[in-house]
Design a protein around this ligand. Sequence first.
Ligand code: MN
Length: 251
Amino acid sequence: MPKPLILVTNDDGIRAPGLELLAKALESIGEVRVFAPESQQSAVGHGVSLHKPLRVTEISKNWFMVDGTPTDCVMLAVRALLGQRPDLVVSGVNPGANLGDDVTYSGTVAGAYEGMLLGIPSIAVSDVSYAPQRLDTAAAVAVRVGEYVLERGLPEDTMLNLNVPDVAYTELKGIAVTRMGRRNYQDEIITRQDPRGRLYYWIGGAEPTHEVEEGTDFEAIEKNMVSVTPLHRDLTHHAVLHRFYETRIEL
Ligand code: MN
């Protein structure tokens, strides 16, 4: 039996420690190919580069650097460069949570989202600490969940978003299958002047807070559990469709 082919990407750039740990860990369950951005791409969301050429550099065996986004990386790898379809796409390990509303901003989630769009079982993995000490734990969790997914597959149009507490593997309290919670962002627009006297703006502010509601990804993390949220490709709010049918929006 040939080993499964695993495509690994991230949004922090090809030199990020979380990527290296993840790729190494996944070698225990498959043949790994890394396609990762040249530079920091955090919070680029599902962006794709349509207005510039993309360059790919093989920086070491099976490690490919792309001067684009995580979505570019997965698209190029699967549609052009891998030579065969991967059995699994894993994106991460991101240093910092991708919980609740973070999901649509996240380049890490987008890497897996693109895998899902291409019909490949895909997983995004984040360590919830912005200054992580235990990226190895998240990498080990990715291997466990990766094995599960390789064995059983995923439902159609579904990807998994994993968030892992920044603790030793033995301190984890298990896995919780969760729904997305809600963030309260505290973004503040900082206005400053550049050396030429022109104004510039920087989106900053304090770390976002959140509400801990039952069954959410945030609750799992509070309990020191791994949060596994199945995300669906269809963003339609099906439960409210009928209301718009009834009240009719007309031209
Ligand atoms: Mn990132």
